[in-house]
Design a protein around this ligand. Structure first.
Ligand code: PLP
Length: 519
């Protein structure tokens, strides 16, 4: 704020008028956010429970705002800009912590992390180069170590924060490929390329298809394996596919296992898959973007039982996540961070520079001997890197492991209440579901009833749900014409109130046509 001709602040009290206006606008903004955000983490960051929750889903009419104004030529004061933009944003976007915002795994944000984001933006630390931001890089390293400790995976010694689970998975795939292809730097995939085959279950997320395609391996490079009735990959299924592929001269190199699938929250039998991957010399990437944080519950009394009760006993096994070569875990989901924060943790972090390192001529000032650790820009796809760790680092301290566990526990208890209510419901039948994710559909009326219910919910905004198709047992992908399931994702932290979720099936049944409600 020193771009004016006002005298520089001398004794700490003189502030030039633009700076004062900026601070006042900021205070008003914080007051608005404080009234809107609820604390999902027991971090004590914000108080007031949201009043009437309002719509769980944006209003159905298409956005009528004509955001087509030309670029403003003259600037305007900050308070005027905010006064115009804020009502637009607050009315146009539903509150992030609506108790029935269940459509996607997009969780409400920790208000304390919102402050961390503000601070990170203000500091503008660039975590690409250690010599510019050594302290920030150390904070990122500590944050990653805390995450590994939280989920009981101390063997995962380092990694990176990236934009999300997709970016984390893709980065792991590149590192694994560099290991699988000895001439990677010179020849890329080389002669082995066409023979390489990666494995994942029918329930894997599409980041994997994309990562393999962009690596030049194509769909042929991915073997999707059938899941059991709970959407889990069983080791025998993998073992059979490996044997058949090896007989055919193909080269298995990667297994992607799941700690919480996107469609139904399923957790694969991680320890058994890890043992098989080790025997077969496969790189094991565990996609725990959604589900890995729940492993934190293993450390508390009753935690293992709670995990088992929601289909995730593999997360209570210390030989699960800790055996991964790489693990993706999204703090912007169950750890309630601002979007754009996905962690990649690795058993051998040195595999990242092996895949990514370059020696660009425009960073000639580097003194290799001064800091033997490679720059983060040499360990992943990003060059300039934001201070993603800061909101998370602050938030982990404010909530503590206990506050985080309280939030994770509340989500599982909320999902358990929903499951019990679905079981007792005359109108709905439950499908696969684990951790905080549950699928269900009307007993009668098929896909049409699913579509009609979603349309009614979009219109009245009572709850937000989504729909998924799931592969049946022995299928490697959902069959053409496979039924749609409604999906509820309980990720509201402490706001995942079991009473409200227990009422949901009844509230939804009231929105079904009489024909869709069974007898
Ligand atoms: C959300 C999710 C992803 C993708 O993560 P983004 O952060 O959206 O990139 C990948 N896998 C699983 C299992 C997920 O739940």
């Amino acid at each position: 704020m020193s771009r004016t001709t006002a005298p520089p602040p001398g004794n700490g009290q003189a502030v030039d008028p633009p700076a004062r206006a900026w601070a006042a606008a900021g205070q008003a903004l914080l007051a608005t956010l404080a009234a809107r955000l609820r604390d999902p983490l027991a971090g004590g960051a914000a108080g007031p429970a949201a009043a009437a929750p309002g719509r769980a889903w944006p209003a159905p009419e298409p956005c009528r705002l004509e955001l087509h104004a030309p670029l403003p030529q003259a600037g305007r004061p900050a308070d005027a800009v905010l006064a115009q933009a804020l009502p637009l944003l607050l009315e146009g976007l539903p509150p992030p912590d609506h108790p029935r915002a269940l459509a996607y795994i997009t969780a409400p944000v920790d208000p304390f992390a919102v402050l961390g984001s503000l601070l990170a933006a203000g500091l503008q630390a660039n975590l690409g180069l250690r010599r510019m931001a050594g302290l920030a890089c150390a904070i990122e390293a500590q944050t990653l170590a805390w995450l590994a400790e939280l989920v009981g995976a101390p063997a995962l010694r380092g990694g990176l924060l990236l934009g999300g689970g997709s970016a984390a998975g893709q980065t792991a795939v590149w590192a694994a490929l560099a290991r699988a292809c000895p001439g990677w730097h010179e020849e890329g995939l080389g002669a082995r390329g066409p023979q390489l085959v990666a494995y994942a279950s029918a329930a894997s997320h599409h980041w994997l298809d994309r990562a393999l395609r962009l690596a030049g391996l194509g769909a042929r490079g991915l073997r999707r394996l059938p899941v059991d009735a709970e959407q889990r990959l069983q080791p025998e299924t993998l073992a059979r596919a490996l044997a058949a592929d090896r007989r055919a001269g193909r080269i298995p190199w990667l297994l992607v296992a799941h700690a919480g699938t996107v469609g139904s929250g399923a957790v694969d039998p991680l320890a058994a898959l890890a043992a098989l991957a080790r025997r077969e010399d496969l790189w094991l990437h565990i996609d725990g973007a959604y589900g890995a944080p729940y492993a934190a519950l293993q450390a508390e009394p009753g935690g293992s039982d709670r995990l088992a009760a929601c289909g995730a006993s593999a997360l209570a096994d210390p030989a699960g996540l800790n055996q991964a070569d790489s693990l993706a875990l999204d703090p912007h989901k169950a750890l309630h961070q601002p979007l754009g924060c996905g962690a990649l943790l690795l058993r051998r972090p040195e595999t990242l520079p092996a895949a990514f390192a370059d020696a660009p001529p425009y960073y000639a000032e580097a003194e290799p001997a001064a800091d033997p650790a490679p720059d983060p820009s040499q360990c992943g796809p990003e060059n300039s890197r934001p201070f993603r760790a800061l909101p998370l680092w602050l938030s982990l301290q404010a909530a503590g492991a206990q506050g985080l566990r309280a939030s994770l526990r509340a989500e599982l208890d909320g999902a358990a209440a929903l499951r019990a209510a679905l079981q007792a419901s005359p109108a709905f039948v439950g499908g696969p579901g684990a951790l905080g994710v549950q699928t269900f559909r009307p007993r009668a009326g098929g896909d049409a009833a699913v579509g009609q219910l979603l349309a009614r919910l979009r219109a009245d905004g009572h709850a937000a749900l989504s729909a998924v198709r799931l592969a049946g047992p022995d299928e490697t992908a959902p069959a053409a014409g496979a039924p749609r399931w409604l999906r509820a994702c309980v990720v509201q932290g402490l706001g995942s109130a079991p009473e409200g979720l227990a009422r949901l099936p009844g509230e939804l049944a009231a929105r079904l046509d009489p024909g869709a409600v069974g007898d």
